[in-house]
Design a protein around this ligand. Structure first.
Ligand code: BMA
Length: 326
């Protein structure tokens, strides 16, 4: 059973006839093509959430100067995305904060009436950035929760045992050739500690042999936290990014209950295999309707496009419990 809100107006398409995959792609992918706004060339690896009866989000956009930054956006249906051409200006303690030299791969989560944003920030050097908004207009920056180098910061949607919980992926300053998912806890969203190893690259298959990183915000179910995550394989032509799923313990989310042996989505379609960086499927957000389990997964494709896939979380949880490993 899913613990969460109903999203009756979320984007949805039934599994196509003859398809036996747990996750299937939206027939109208990709949602966003090259050069989506005047100053940007590619928008991908982005986060959409329900907002005021429609949808809002924080989007990773690579500008025409080649640098990544974050832009706010809105959508009436979760499919047609209206994204600001301007970069988010973060409000700090003393007014507008220094612009980030880069910012990418945002995640957004609603906790107690506030939307928290995490992203890969320049510390200098890649680390986790954190901030909040209530209206997707005024964005407030917070302290960096992690030291460099770190990426893929993902918050759980509620406190667990009285503490906020953050997943991250300690890394290096470049295109890291290693990476495991770790967890940190905080009483106040400022001081982070009680770090735990959640799971290491490798798993049961080569698709996640090089590194792994948390994807969208974990989904709470009666069976555990369902986390979609990306796994990276090393080939003679470079990295290949796929994604899979794992079920984590509800009270001690650093404990793996069942980890999927196979990927759920790997680059197959032209918009996934061809683009600025070929062979990347990188999920950053889901819309999950409780109690039906209908879920839309937003993922970046080939570091160029925003794409969407669908699944039923109840089926993914059943699959993990039947076939997953610890
Ligand atoms: C990672 C991040 C992602 C990107 C991926 C593939 O290191 O930079 O934003 O999608 O590489 O290039």
């Amino acid at each position: 059973m899913i613990i969460g809100q109903a999203i009756p107006n979320m984007p949805w398409e039934e599994r196509p006839a003859g398809c036996d995959s747990l996750v299937w792609r939206f027939s109208a992918n990709p949602l966003i093509d090259w050069n989506p706004t005047p100053s940007t060339s590619r928008i991908y690896n982005s986060a959409v959430v329900p907002f005021e009866g429609a949808f809002a989000g924080v989007f990773r956009a690579d500008g025409k100067n080649g640098r990544a930054n974050l832009h706010a956006g809105r959508s009436s249906d979760g499919i047609h995305l209206d994204i600001d051409d301007g970069i988010i200006e973060w409000i700090g303690k003393d007014g507008i904060a220094k612009p980030r030299s880069y910012a990418y791969d945002p995640r957004v989560v609603l906790i107690d009436g506030t939307y928290y944003v995490t992203w890969c920030d320049d510390f200098p050097g890649a680390s986790i950035g954190m901030g909040w908004t209530k209206d997707f207009k005024a964005f407030h920056v917070m302290e960096n929760p992690c030291m460099p180098f770190n990426r893929n910061g993902v918050l759980f949607p509620r406190k667990i045992n009285g503490k906020y919980v953050l997943l991250s992926r300690p890394s290096d300053s470049a295109h890291t050739p290693f990476g495991d998912i770790v967890l940190s806890q905080s009483p106040d969203m400022i001081h982070w500690g009680c770090h735990r190893m959640v799971m290491r690259a490798g798993g049961q298959g080569w698709w996640e042999g090089v590194k792994i990183g948390a994807g969208p915000i974990p989904i709470e179910t009666s069976e555990g936290w369902l986390l979609f995550y990306h796994g990276v394989s090393g080939t003679c032509n470079g990295f290949v990014y796929s994604y899979g799923a794992v079920l984590l313990d509800l009270d001690e989310p650093w404990k793996v209950i069942a980890r999927g042996k196979d990927y759920l989505i790997t680059p197959e379609k032209p918009y996934e295999t061809t683009g600025f960086v070929p062979n990347v499927c990188f999920p950053c957000a889901t819309l999950c309707d409780a109690p039906s389990g209908r879920t839309a997964i937003y993922y970046g494709a080939a570091d160029t496009y925003t794409a969407m896939a669908f699944c039923n979380v109840n089926e993914v949880v059943d699959w993990l419990k039947k076939t997953g490993a610890v």
